[in-house]
Design a protein around this ligand. Structure first.
Ligand SMILES: Nc1ncnc2c1ncn2[C@@H]1O[C@H](COP(=O)(O)OP(=O)(O)OP(=O)(O)O)[C@@H](O)[C@H]1O
Ligand SMILES: [Mg+2]
Length: 157
């Protein structure tokens, strides 16, 4: 893991601001993003804002029951995973394909990526940690593994 940058978001519109900045950067490159944080931290909320600023036309909903939602109507294709339910059902049902979602100019957002073995993730990835501070406040930290993702993080500064 290399560089890391953290933002304090006092309210949800500050979270949206960071998400817009992130969307603008990755709309040029694509990215594979692992989202970490407790239940209700804001992983889905952040993803919704990123999709909004990629001009995704569909309603973006939590993939916690369906595991994967796909959105093809925005600037780049978005694959939104939530692996939480796979903790019990076995990651092997999907994990072999996970790293394939890093090829080309696409955005892959993975909630609860910790339920996937590291070896099933693509090497180059952005790691987003969302920390619940209070009802309205969150700390959002970005770090990266690999060159492509490091460049993305550098542009957030
Ligand atoms: N500053 C903020 N940033 C993000 N979300 C916020 C903020 N303030 C309040 N919230 C609220 O926190 C909630 C976050 O819920 P969300 O579904 O995004 O969590 P999650 O991390 O995806 O949880 P799960 O692990 O259950 O999928 C939303 O209701 C959102 O409106
Ligand atoms: Mg969620």
């Amino acid at each position: 893991m290399n560089n890391m940058i953290s933002f304090l978001c006092h309210n949800i519109s500050e979270t949206e601001k960071i998400a817009k900045k992130f969307a603008d950067i990755i709309s040029e490159t694509g990215a594979f993003v692992c989202l970490h944080g407790d239940i209700g931290a804001g992983k889905t909320a952040f993803t919704k804002f990123v999709c909004k600023h990629l001009n995704v036309q569909q309603k973006v909903t939590s993939p916690s029951f369906v595991i994967l939602n796909e959105y093809k109507s925005g600037k780049i294709p978005v694959y939104h995973f939530d692996l939480y339910r796979l903790e019990n059902e076995g990651i092997s049902t999907i994990s072999e394909e996970l790293s394939e979602y890093s090829e080309g100019k696409i955005l892959t957002m993975v909630e609860w990526a910790e339920f996937s073995p590291d070896t099933e993730l693509p090497f180059d990835r952005v790691i987003v940690n969302i920390k619940f501070l209070s009802d309205t406040e969150r700390e959002i930290s970005f770090s990266s593994i690999g060159k492509k993702s490091a460049n993305i993080i550098n542009k957030l500064v």
